[in-house]
Design a protein around this ligand. Structure first.
Ligand SMILES: [Zn+2]
Length: 402
């Protein structure tokens, strides 16, 4: 119901507008039934077929009666059978009375529909355009929980963040209903400034769940997010896009790892310099698959330790070195503290890779997930032969004196 009303702002404002609409509908109905009563279409058609009509007129009638109801009326007037014509006024009167009765019933139903619509609109207005703008957030930790409260973060979340409905709340004193859309950026700015004033280290993440970030909210968040990726590939290419739009050191969260391939692909987040997150549960698995099992916990701890050790999210993403569409295997590079980090992704790869963007001298290369030494490279000899499944995360460290 509310969706159907969205394109008709007038219908949302109560009282006068609804009445005007009702009147319009009434006027329309005053004309339509009368035409149908005077010229019943089926009678007219039957008669036209029986009677002799001059050849030229017949051609005209045959051509026209397919689509024009008024042709039936014309044929009826030229009917020579007087008996039927004598009955016509009485018949018309009866039909008109019947139609009037029907018309009144329709008007009643319409009035009911308009009344319910008005009530729904008022309800919608209260929900969508509240006069109060304050929100209180309460946080509680379960008793005996082993977790320690480290920080409280407010995440603004929902796909409707990228737009706003026209606002009809008189309490807001808008110049026009569309002002709510035009000033959406001011809304983000106000949230950002207030949060930073309360806590200069506040993380302001805006997640337009399942949709892309918008130009009007990007300046007022300090952490973007993959916003409900459906695969690890989406985590990676959204990351590359965000870094291109917001800067090579923009903070980007890969969203919770449970949304990645196999629900455990931290490599796609860590490798591209994104921020890791998970929504695991302990004890009771409210949503299937989110339970942190002992095996999973070992893996989770290892990834988060690696993330904390390298802090690639604080590095400079070098998006210009590899093309995400054409270079195989897919590659990402990050520069941090004089070292170069590379992340390669493929279902399976056995062949050469190229470490681009190296500086002067030689570099020692290790696989940071396994700790294995891979070899040495330089800007001039930057190719290595490798084999891996899913991912390969490399760290290239300058060798002193080379
Ligand atoms: Zn408003």
């Amino acid at each position: 119901m509310s969706g159907a009303l969205a394109g008709d702002p007038a219908a949302r404002c109560m009282g006068r507008n609804v009445m005007a609409r009702r009147n319009r509908i009434k006027r329309t109905f005053a004309i339509a039934p009368a035409r149908r009563v005077t010229h019943p279409q089926s009678d007219g058609r039957a008669r036209v077929r029986r009677e002799p009509v001059p050849a030229a007129a017949r051609a005209f009638v045959v051509a026209s009666l397919v689509c024009l109801a008024s042709v039936g009326g014309w044929a009826q007037q030229s009917d020579p059978q007087q008996k039927q014509q004598n009955n016509q006024p009485q018949k018309q009167q009866n039909n008109q009375q019947q139609m009037r009765g029907l018309d009144e019933q329709i008007q009643e139903v319409k009035s009911d529909v308009l009344r319910i619509t008005a009530e729904l609109s008022q309800l919608e207005e209260k929900l969508l355009y509240p006069s109060g703008t304050q929100v209180a957030v309460f946080v509680a930790l379960a008793k005996d929980d082993t977790m320690r409260l480290d920080a409280v973060r407010l995440k603004i979340d929902g796909q409707h963040l990228n737009g706003a409905a026209p606002c009809y709340n008189p309490a807001h004193k808008h110049a026009r209903p569309e002002e709510s859309v035009e000033k959406l950026k001011d809304f983000w700015q106000a949230i950002y400034q207030e949060a930073i004033a309360v806590n200069p280290d506040a993380v302001i993440e805006i997640c337009p769940c399942g949709t892309s970030q918008a130009f009007h909210n990007m300046p007022y968040m300090n952490q973007a997010v993959a916003s409900d990726p459906e695969s690890s590939w989406q985590v990676r290419h959204k990351g590359k896009t965000i870094k291109a739009l917001m800067g090579p050191s923009a903070a980007y969260a890969g969203d919770h790892v449970e949304l990645s391939d196999n629900a455990d692909d931290f490599a796609s987040t860590v490798g591209i310099g994104a921020i890791v997150s998970t929504k695991f549960t302990r004890g009771h698995d409210a949503k299937r698959g989110f339970l942190l099992t002992p095996d999973k916990e070992t893996d989770w701890r290892k990834w988060i330790a690696l993330y904390n050790d390298k802090r690639l999210a604080q590095g400079r993403y070098r998006g210009e070195l590899y093309d995400i569409g054409f270079d195989k295997p897919e590659a990402h590079a990050i520069a941090k503290d004089g070292r170069c980090y590379y992340a390669f992704y493929a279902d399976r790869w056995d062949g050469p890779i190229e470490l681009r963007g190296l500086g002067e001298g030689r570099y020692g290369v290790i696989d940071i997930w396994s700790g294995r030494a891979i070899g040495q490279v330089s800007a001039k000899a930057n190719r290595l032969a490798v084999a891996f499944e899913h991912f390969l995360l490399l760290e290239a460290t300058p060798i002193e004196g080379t």
